[in-house]
Design a protein around this ligand. Structure first.
Ligand SMILES: Nc1ncnc2c1ncn2[C@@H]1O[C@H](COP(=O)(O)OP(=O)(O)OP(=O)(O)O)[C@@H](O)[C@H]1O
Length: 491
C-alpha cells in the first residue's frame, strides 16, 4: 500500500485557485487534499470519496459556503465542516454556524499553523464520528453477519486479479517484470508497458490495478488504436448533448467513470498529435473537459498506457510528443515476447488448454509429446493471443482429449517462422529454418535457441533420446534435464 493512502482526505472548496493552492501546500504533508472550484464539483467529490473534512470558503459563486455546508450536514453528516471567511462575512456566518453544524470557522488571512491544527482537530472529530457509526452498524449486524460480509469481500478480492494469475515458468524472465510491476503498483505513478501484441500487457496492467490502493475503484480499458480521433476524445472525456451531429445526449467519458481507479490506454502509440495534446493537458491538470462543454471536471485516475511500438523511437522520429511520453512513462515495463521465454510456452499452453476446454464445455484435454515440441519450437509472432487461438482451434477440430501436433495449423508444423518474426529478425540460422530471437538478454536468446534446436532434433529423430543425445554431444541424463527444463518432457 502507498503509505499516503492511509492519510485522511480533506476537501478544499474555493473558487480562487491561489487560495486552493495555499491550503493544499499547508495541508499536503499530513493529509490527502482534494480541491474543488465550485460546489457542484465538491458534491461529486464527496459522493465518490471518503472525505473526512471539508473546508469551504464563504464566498462562492451561486451559493454561500454556509448554505453548501448545511447541505453537506444533511447528506453526509459524517463529514466534518469548516468554513473560511473574511471579517466582512462574519455576521452571516454566526447566524448559520449552528444550522450547518460548523466545527470551526477560520478567519482570513489564516495562519498556516493554525489552519493545520484546526484541520487536525476536525479529522479527529470525524474519526470519532465514523468509529461510532461503524460500532453501531456492527452491533446491529451481529458478529456472524459481519464475519460473513468480510469473508465475501475477501473472496471477491482474491478472485479478481493477481500477479499469480500471470502464468509463467519458474525463473521466467516475466518474474522480474511482475516483481517490478508489483512494486510500482503501490505508487500513483503513470506506467508505460511496452511489448508486442498479445504478450499480456493488459493482464499486467490489471494485476497492477488490483494490487494498488485504487483496487476498489474501477479499471477501465480503452484501445486507442481502434477508433478515430474525434470518437476517442468523446469516449475518454465525454461529450455534451449537441456537441456534434449524433450527440443526442450527454455522455460521461471513461476518465470520469474511472474516477478513483485506473485507466488503461492500450495502443497509445497509434494516437494522433492533436489527441496527444489533449491527453497531455488532462494529465497535467487532473481534469477533463467533455467535448462541447465549457466546464472542466476534476478526475482522479491513474493512467497505465501500453504500446507495441518502441515509443522512444517514435518520439525521436517526431511522431509522438516527448512531453506526453515523459508524463506517461513515470516508469516503463517491457514484457518480453513469448519466443524469448520459451520456458513459459508450455505452462501457459496448459493453463490455456484448461481454460479453453472449460469454455467449450469439453473434457479436460492434454497435449501429446509432438504437440508440445511443436509449440515450444514455434516463434509465436502473435504471442499468447496466437497460442490461445491455436489451442482453441485444435481443441475444436481435434477428436479426443489428446491434442496432437497435426491438430495445429500448418504454419506451426513446418517449423516456419512467422513472417512478421522473420522480417524483424531477418537473420536465419544456416539452413535450419530457425529464427534468431531479436531481443532479450544474451542468456534469454541462447535459451530460446537451445529450445528450438532441441525441438528440431527430437522431432527429426522421432524422440529417440539415445540418438539425440549422441548427435548433440550430451549424455542421456543431460539431454533429459534439458528437455525437462524447456518443458519438452515431464518429470
Ligand atoms: N502469462 C499469461 N498467462 C495466461 N494468459 C495470458 C498470459 N499473458 C497473456 N495471456 C492471455 O493472452 C491474451 C492476450 O493478452 P493481453 O490482452 O493482456 O495482451 P496485450 O499485450 O495487451 O495485447 P494487445 O497489445 O494486442 O492488446 C489474453 O487472453 C490474456 O488473458
Amino acid at each position: 500500500m502507498d503509505p499516503r493512502d492511509d492519510l485522511p482526505l480533506v476537501l478544499v472548496v474555493d473558487d480562487e485557485l491561489r487560495s486552493q493552492e495555499a491550503m493544499r501546500r499547508t495541508l499536503d504533508e499530513d493529509f490527502r487534499v482534494l480541491t474543488a472550484g465550485d460546489t457542484d464539483i465538491a458534491r461529486q467529490l464527496i459522493s465518490r470519496h471518503e472525505v473526512a473534512v471539508v473546508l469551504c470558503d464563504q464566498r462562492m459563486p451561486g451559493q454561500t459556503g454556509i448554505e453548501f455546508l448545511k447541505e453537506v450536514r444533511e447528506r453526509w453528516p459524517e463529514v466534518v465542516r469548516i468554513v473560511i471567511s473574511g471579517y466582512a462575512d462574519s455576521e452571516d456566518i454566526i447566524a448559520g454556524v449552528n444550522e450547518a453544524g460548523i466545527y470551526q470557522y477560520v478567519l482570513k488571512p489564516w495562519v498556516p499553523e493554525h489552519l493545520l491544527q484546526t484541520v487536525q482537530g476536525a479529522v479527529e472529530a470525524s474519526q470519532l464520528h465514523r468509529g461510532l457509526q461503524r460500532l453501531e452498524l456492527d452491533l446491529r449486524a451481529g458478529p456472524q453477519a459481519l464475519r460473513a460480509r468480510r469473508q465475501t469481500r475477501l473472496r471477491e478480492a482474491k478472485a479478481v486479479f493477481d500477479f499469480d494469475r500471470i502464468v509463467r515458468a519458474e525463473g521466467s524472465p516475466l518474474d522480474g517484470v511482475c516483481a517490478t510491476a508489483q512494486r510500482l503498483a503501490r505508487y500513483d505513478l503513470s506506467v508505460l508497458i511496452l511489448g508486442e501484441s498479445g504478450t499480456g500487457k493488459e493482464l499486467l496492467a490489471r494485476a497492477m490495478h488490483y494490487a494498488s490502493p485504487r483496487q476498489n475503484g474501477p479499471f477501465v480499458v480503452e484501445n486507442c488504436g481502434a477508433i478515430p480521433d474525434t470518437l476517442l476524445e468523446s469516449e475518454l472525456f465525454g461529450h455534451r448533448r449537441g456537441a456534434f451531429t449524433g450527440a443526442v445526449e450527454d455522455h460521461t467519458g471513461l476518465f470520469q467513470r474511472a474516477d478513483g481507479g485506473t485507466v488503461f490506454l492500450d495502443e497509445i502509440g497509434e494516437t494522433s498529435p492533436a489527441f496527444q495534446v489533449k491527453l497531455l493537458r488532462v494529465l497535467q491538470e487532473g481534469e477533463i473537459r467533455p467535448v462541447g462543454s465549457a466546464r472542466a471536471v476534476p478526475v482522479d485516475v491513474r493512467v497505465i498506457a501500453a504500446t507495441h511500438r518502441q515509443l522512444e523511437d517514435e518520439v525521436r522520429a517526431g511522431r509522438f510528443r516527448e512531453d506526453l511520453y515523459y508524463r506517461l512513462a513515470g516508469a516503463t515495463l517491457q514484457v518480453p515476447p513469448l519466443r524469448e521465454r520459451p520456458g513459459d510456452i508450455l505452462p501457459v499452453a496448459e493453463s490455456l488448454l484448461d481454460a479453453v476446454a472449460r469454455e467449450l464445455g469439453r473434457e479436460p484435454a492434454e497435449f501429446d509429446d509432438d504437440a508440445r515440441a511443436v509449440m515450444v519450437g514455434y516463434p509465436w509472432p502473435g504471442n499468447i493471443r496466437e497460442l490461445r487461438n491455436e489451442i482453441s482451434r485444435a481443441l475444436a477440430l481435434g477428436d479426443g482429449p489428446l491434442l496432437r501436433a497435426t491438430d495445429f495449423s500448418r504454419k506451426l508444423l513446418g517449423g516456419q517462422t512467422g513472417a512478421a518474426h522473420a522480417q524483424r529478425t531477418s537473420q536465419l540460422t544456416g539452413g535450419t529454418g530457425l529464427a534468431l530471437p531479436g531481443s532479450g538478454t544474451l542468456q534469454e536468446r541462447l535459451d530460446a535457441i537451445e529450445a528450438m534446436v532441441l525441438r528440431e532434433v527430437m522431432l527429426r529423430l522421432r524422440w529417440n533420446k539415445t540418438h539425440a543425445a549422441k548427435e548433440l554431444g550430451l549424455s542421456r541424463v543431460g539431454l533429459r534435464a534439458k528437455l525437462q527444463r524447456f518443458g519438452l518432457e515431464t518429470k
